[in-house]
Ligand binder design. Structure first.
Ligand SMILES: [Zn+2]
Length: 407
């Protein structure tokens, strides 16, 4: 039976705000947006709420949530990785799953309905896929030694073949980064992504050392790979920036590129290849980065910059409202309306998910914020208000999530 939801205001993220109307949901889809409310029969009265599409967290690693507050920023990113690896490898699966569920709850309470998550262990796919987000679960892969590329990609293909998907989630592929994945493995994964129509995502140009490693052969990353017995003595620096390197490998088309902190020489190829960059505001702040993604420039060049939390190994919370506020602080030349677009529509577009806007025929993934009667706008300021820790209404695929305590 259709559900009528009466609202005070509606941000569709594909048009002007609509006030004092009604949204009708049937079988998980939006079937009508009326500008005047009908009779009160079968109505869910949210006439004190702003409704908008749920947020899309386009980059996360829920499997690392149990590392909350166990790491602190170090002077060197390579030392941060050195600290992360043993902590992560000694986590027992019970703690990891408990962390995943706790992290999901925080994200949902803060309005996340869509998710792009990097999953390093295929056993976790049913756990994360069952959390109720509309999501892409990216199989995260590391392998710097070329000899291992074929075997790793064959194993991934087995996962792609056997994984039973739900209507809410699909699989993607995620080579970890240009300094941890061999050129052959990049090519194999890109071929798999093409064959299985998978979204493709990678951390790119996150750190200075990565650029130096590719341009001149940075010693600190070479040392790390040697410590991990992962160094390939045949490897030669390509003498290119990370983005130019991926371009030369032929894998840049529609890449969901996370971080992009050092891309000032790569703007033309990013625009040409219609990259979807993902900016992670609180992770950027956590590392104390002074140079980060040129979001204004990328938006002006027509790129759909999405937002992500990254993991609790480099962030102190998965509360997405905090990400909005941090984006607002770090990007003074980007409007709140644009930040909301990044947090919704552009996230959906990046991940290829049917979400991020509220329009006829669109999936009913929406959130609501209660607003005082005296509020006079602008409506796009509401999610940024400093007192807000959670949403007041939450729906994915037309289903209200009663387990959250969010009405
Ligand atoms: Zn990440």
């Amino acid at each position: 039976m259709a559900l009528k939801i009466k609202f005070r205001a509606l941000l569709t993220m594909c048009g002007d705000p609509i006030e004092n109307g009604e949204l009708i949901v049937d079988d998980g889809n939006i079937v009508e947006i009326a500008t005047t409310p009908s009779n009160n029969e079968g109505v869910l009265d949210l006439s004190d709420c702003l409704l908008m599409p749920g947020f899309v967290n386009a980059h996360c690693h829920l499997g690392l949530t149990a590392l909350e507050k166990k790491l602190s920023p170090s002077d060197s990113f390579v030392d941060w990785i050195r600290a992360l690896i043993p902590l992560n490898s000694t986590l027992d699966s019970e703690s990891r799953v408990r962390g995943i569920r706790a992290g999901a709850k925080v994200m949902k309470r803060s309005g996340v309905t869509g998710l792009g998550d990097f999953v390093a262990e295929p056993e976790l796919l049913p756990v994360i896929g069952g959390l109720g987000f509309r999501s892409v679960l990216f199989l995260e892969t590391i392998g710097f030694h070329s000899e291992k590329a074929l075997e790793l990609s064959k194993n991934l293909e087995e996962v792609l073949k056997r994984e039973c998907l739900s209507p809410l989630y699909q699989l993607g592929l995620a080579p970890h980064a240009p300094y941890s994945v061999s050129p052959d493995l990049f090519r194999h994964l890109a071929a798999l992504a093409e064959k299985y129509h998978c979204p493709f995502s990678c951390h790119v140009a996150e750190i200075k050392e990565e650029s130096r490693f590719l341009v001149i052969g940075d010693n600190s990353l070479e040392e790390l790979l040697k410590e991990r017995f992962a160094w390939d003595p045949e490897w030669q620096p390509p003498y290119k920036t990370p983005m130019q390197y991926l371009y030369a490998l032929g894998i840049l088309d529609r890449l969901i590129a996370v971080h992009c902190n050092f891309v000032s020489d790569d703007l033309d190829i990013m625009e040409e290849k219609k990259i979807s960059p993902v900016f992670c505001p609180k992770s950027t702040e956590w590392f104390g980065r002074t140079q980060f993604m040129p979001v204004r420039t990328l938006l002006d060049r027509g790129m759909s910059v999405a937002l992500g939390t990254d993991s609790l190994a480099s962030n102190d919370s998965l509360n997405f409202l905090d990400e909005l506020r941090m984006a607002d602080k770090l990007l003074p030349d980007v409007s709140r309306r644009e930040i909301l677009t990044m947090a919704t529509r552009f996230g959906g577009e990046a991940l290829g998910l049917e979400c991020g806007t509220l329009a006829l025929g669109q999936k009913a993934d929406l959130i609501g914020f209660r607003v005082p009667r005296s509020f006079s706008g602008p409506w796009s300021d509401v999610p940024f208000e400093s007192h807000r820790r959670e949403v007041d209404f939450y729906m994915v695929d037309g289903q209200r999530d009663a387990g959250l305590g969010v009405k």
